[in-house]
Design a protein around this ligand. Structure first.
Ligand SMILES: Cc1cc2nc3c(=O)[nH]c(=O)nc-3n(C[C@H](O)[C@H](O)[C@H](O)COP(=O)(O)OP(=O)(O)OC[C@H]3O[C@@H](n4cnc5c(N)ncnc54)[C@H](O)[C@@H]3O)c2cc1C
Ligand code: SF4
Length: 515
């Protein structure tokens, strides 16, 4: 196969680059490890699955394994000491199929952590460099929001905010909450319907009110891009001058193939992107490839409030507390932001509760009453704490243990440092204060643990070719026609959500490639 640009991965990063370049008339090839997703089929699988877990709508693919939250050793080889829980999907549209959709921009200070607080590193880009691309990203994904939330804006959000839930209103009486910007339609937008509150955004939105990258895959194809599904790229071929001259792929039926293009973009997320580069022997002069793996540590707490909150009736999170995302405290402990869950307790879904109450001997009206009382007062707070880049947190290839295509599985070394744990402890105190103000009982603070949503840092951006992998234009220092895009290039990750920044970087990259 031949094209002008070959893109590996059809998640939001790859799809946006493909769309913009195909629209500009380039011959774009997109290689995607997984199949297309049939939304209705995925909803049916989710509904009929006994656990309704994160992976339940999406069948396992033997040829393109992905990490599963309920089997974290099946694909990752975990060397420890801590368990890495970052997960992702491998199929057309990528991980946005089961993302929540919260779309915070990073804060200006997040780009200057070393300068301001003496920790981590600075980005080689500023917030101002990305601001116009944040706006374009919000237009493309369809973000509903209302305030700047500490990230100055040059224009309004494309849509008014999604309405707050009753949970937000009650909790908002004791703590200043902000409506979170979200890639979820508050009104019909871009050919997709308004959110109807079906409340299963993670792991599947039945209507498409929540953005997923299949939107831009379809648009790229309409503009002429060619999508090759069930095609696992396992090698980039490098010439003596460092240029990539081709890529090789494998298919589930055992067939193999190769492709050529002038430019190559790898957008396979923070584990598969460095894995592919390592399998290809790329970037030999950099000490950074595969290192600086960052998750984000979550402090989750739950309680029963005195007055009813009536959860389970809208998007799973609509509001949050953003007052600890930045400040001089970042010299010694992690920043965090707190989401107010509108979907009850992690283990408190009504069917599960009913089983528990029946086992305790409740029946009839008593059972009904107990169930309604409990389910209507469940509150969960989840604070997501930033992690700093640490060279020892890394991904390597495990050549002993291989996936079904015979490719080395990712081996992860991961440890959460005291900086982050101090932030998590602070978050727990904060949750306790909110629970106390709500006169809540049955309070429980889970042990701080890695957040499944976040994985970053393994191909970081910088100016020094020895200590980074790509330059500020996302071009590999050692390979002039190879570009990487996704959270893998983040030098630090802040306390927020990463994907809007990924989308902004992707649109900026597409414009540079087009030029
Ligand atoms: C439960 C959950 C909730 C989340 N909620 C939020 C949120 O609220 N806000 C937020 O900002 N972020 C959230 N995220 C994170 C968000 O989903 C990701 O940041 C985002 O989807 C990453 O997009 P991407 O395009 O970089 O990678 P992906 O979407 O993972 O796409 C990469 C693509 O590359 C393909 N690929 C991989 N390897 C190969 C190969 N060798 N050959 C060919 N193709 C390959 C994969 O199949 C995949 O389709 C959440 C994540 C999870 C798991
Ligand atoms: S609440 Fe329902 S309709 Fe709205 S985004 Fe979530 S899953 Fe989609």
């Amino acid at each position: 196969v031949e094209g002008d640009v070959a893109i590996v991965g059809s998640g939001v990063a790859g799809a946006l680059v493909a769309w913009r370049l195909a629209r500009a008339g380039l011959r774009v090839l997109v290689f995607e490890a997984g199949p297309r997703v049939d939304r209705q089929g995925a909803v049916e699988r989710f509904r009929s699955s006994p656990d309704r877990g994160l992976a339940s709508p999406y069948p396992d693919l033997p040829w393109a394994p992905r990490p599963r939250l309920d089997a974290l050793h099946d694909y990752y080889v975990q060397v420890g000491p801590d368990l890495f829980t970052g997960v992702y999907e491998r199929r057309v549209g990528g991980t946005t199929w089961h993302w929540l959709g919260t779309c915070l921009r990073m804060l200006p200070a997040d780009f200057r952590l070393r300068t301001l607080y003496g920790v981590g590193v600075d980005w080689p880009l500023s917030y101002q460099d990305l601001e116009p691309w944040y706006r374009e990203a919000e237009e493309a994904l369809g973000v509903a929001g209302e305030q700047d939330l500490g990230s100055p804006r040059s224009g309004p959000y494309p849509m008014p905010p999604v309405a707050p839930t009753w949970v937000d209103r009650v909790v908002g009486r004791v703590v200043p909450l902000s409506l979170l910007p979200q890639a979820r339609n508050s009104r019909p937008y871009d050919g997709r319907p308004a959110c109807c509150g079906a409340a299963s955004c993670v792991p599947i939105c039945p209507t498409g009110a929540k953005y997923d990258a299949a939107v831009h895959v379809a648009r790229a194809e309409q503009a002429g891009a060619r999508l090759l599904t069930e095609t696992v790229v396992h090698r980039l071929e490098l010439g003596p001058d460092g240029r990539v001259w081709g890529l090789r792929f494998l298919r589930p039926d055992g067939s193999a193939g190769e492709a050529r293009a002038a430019l190559y973009v790898v957008a396979a997320h923070a584990i598969e992107t460095p894995r592919l580069l390592l399998m290809s022997g790329a970037c030999p002069g950099s000490t950074a490839l595969g290192r600086y793996l960052m998750g984000s540590t979550a402090q989750v707490s739950r309680a029963l409030t005195r007055e009813p909150l009536y959860p389970f009736r809208g998007p799973q999170v609509t509001s949050g507390f953003l007052g600890r995302r930045d400040g001089p405290f970042r010299r010694r402990r992690a920043a965090f932001y707190t989401s107010v869950g509108t979907d009850g307790w992690p283990d408190g879904a009504p069917p599960e509760l009913a089983r528990r109450f029946i086992a305790q001997g409740l029946q009839g009206q008593d059972l009904r009453r107990a169930l309604a009382e409990h389910a209507s007062r469940q509150l969960t707070l989840a604070s997501s704490c930033e992690e700093l880049p640490c060279a020892d947190n890394r991904l390597e290839l495990d050549r002993e243990r291989r996936d079904p295509l015979g490719l080395p599985r990712p081996r992860l070394h991961y440890r959460v440092d005291d900086y982050t744990l101090r932030g998590a402890e602070q978050a727990m105190r904060w949750h306790e204060r909110i629970f106390a103000a709500l006169e809540a009982d049955h309070r429980l603070h889970y042990a701080a643990a890695a957040d499944p949503a976040h994985l970053a840092g393994t191909c970081r951006m910088g100016r020094d070719p020895r200590t980074s992998v790509v330059d500020p234009d996302l071009r590999c220092h050692e390979h002039p026609n190879l570009y990487l895009v996704g959270t893998a290039v983040f030098p630090t990750c802040g306390a927020g959500t990463p994907t809007l920044t990924v989308a902004a970087l992707a649109l900026r990259l597409a414009e540079r490639l087009r030029r």
